[in-house]
Ligand binder design. Structure first.
Ligand code: LRH
Ligand code: MN
Length: 389
């Protein structure tokens, strides 16, 4: 355990900004059930207010990512200003071409030009939203794929996807970016058109400098060395964003660091090694669903897990690691690595937060604020927000 963190570390933690997903504040679930929860927002304005509650107590979550159409409003200027009044801003805009009948056999990779154009037009709508909210990133995740061998021409789909992405990329403003998210399966079960980092890298590299890869930590085959992919994408200058969460089996979208804290530590160690921490090129976004646990508290826990593991990874004695590597001293190298992981930074972080005028224990502060009780009392009636799947 460390009682205090050196300024060299706290200054980096102070700059760490973690984007929250608007959809984590709405109801979500599985194909079996989407549970409702008292106090759940009924609209994007209430989602933004809940995200601001997380930032109020942690000081590290200054932006909220939106998902279109889940967060479609009459005036995005009003939503932008509402966010500002709550001390946060609108971040990444996520497109959605996975919930309409026309997209049964795909969207940007669909064999029918009319369906592709519909999907491209949806991304143009998202870019229009970005123009109003001042968002830099358009995040594209596609459910496109097939369920049976022979169902689709894998090569033809890649070529059509490339064409569609080019049309979208060419509409971006000079300060705007596209981040293309990959996922090895689900909902498609035989092949997914953007299944891995290599495919996303190939597609975004063909587009240009303002197209990058989005790495969702829950989107890899079991046993994948995710931190190796982080290292490589940073090395190639193509890591644009993280979707942080954790999983035991599939794309569980659980609280980041909950299922595998050591993996989160290893990922953050490569982020720091590769110059990805507090790098404006690399967005830290949380992408989770709180199916059974309290949503706002769940997001606070998530921000704290990323912060705590970042602090531990910043404690890594890289000179000792390099020396051990040079000497072929495997066990010493691993010992140095595990020392940092096993170092309890929580008391030092609590003290540091207090020194910055933030609550030592953000979770306790949230619970003491009565915010959850207030929204449960106020948000009666209306339709609770959800994925609408
Ligand atoms: C797909 C995904 C993607 C989002 C959705 C909410 O699994 O990770 O990032 O659009 O979840
Ligand atoms: Mn994701």
């Amino acid at each position: 355990m460390v009682t205090a963190l050196p300024e060299a570390i706290t200054s980096q933690l102070a700059d760490q900004a973690i984007e929250l997903p608007s959809w984590a504040f709405g109801n979500s679930g599985t194909r079996f059930k989407v549970f409702s929860t008292a106090g759940t927002p009924r609209d994007p304005f209430e989602k933004v207010a809940d995200a601001a509650e997380v930032h109020r107590h942690t000081g590290q979550a200054p932006a909220v990512a939106l998902h279109i159409p889940w967060d479609r409003v009459d005036s995005f200027a009003d939503l932008r200003d509402h966010a500002g009044e709550h001390g946060v801003r609108i971040g990444t805009i996520n497109s959605n071409t996975f919930q309409q009948d026309e997209y049964k056999f795909g969207s940007l990779a669909h064999v029918d030009a009319g369906v592709r154009q519909k999907a491209i037009d949806h991304h143009y709508e998202c870019i229009d939203v970005m123009d109003v909210t001042g968002s830099r990133d358009l995040k594209v995740w596609l459910a496109d794929g097939t369920n049976y061998p022979g169902q689709g021409d894998l090569r033809g789909r890649q070529d059509r996807l490339a064409e569609s992405l080019e049309a979208i990329y060419s509409r971006l403003g000079p300060e705007q970016r596209m981040v293309l998210e990959y996922k090895f399966f689900e909902p498609a079960t035989y092949h997914t058109d953007v299944p891995d980092w290599g495919t996303s890298f190939a597609q975004v590299s063909a587009l240009g400098d303002r197209a990058k890869v989005c790495l969702d930590t829950g989107h890899h085959a079991p046993g994948t060395n995710v931190e190796f992919i982080v290292m490589q994408l940073l090395r190639l200058g193509k890591l644009g964003a993280f979707d942080f969460n954790s999983r035991f089996y599939a794309d569980d979208d659980l609280i980041v660091g909950a299922a595998d804290p050591f993996q989160l530590f290893r990922i953050l160690a490569e982020v720091i090694r590769g110059g990805g921490l507090n790098n404006p090129e690399v967005t830290f976004l949380i992408d989770q669903c709180h199916n059974v646990e309290a949503k706002i508290a769940g997001e606070i826990r998530s921000v704290l897990n990323v912060q705590e593991m970042t602090a531990r990874a910043l404690l890594l004695d890289r000179d000792a690691l390099a020396a051990a590597e040079r000497d072929g001293d495997v066990l010493t190298a691993n010992e140095v690595y595990m020392d940092a992981f096993y170092t309890d930074v929580r008391p030092a972080l609590a003290q540091w937060r207090q020194s910055r005028g933030l609550p030592a224990d953000p979770m306790a502060a949230h619970r003491a604020s009565g915010y959850q009780e207030r929204i449960e009392a106020d948000r009666i009636g209306g339709t609770q927000a959800s994925w609408g799947a």
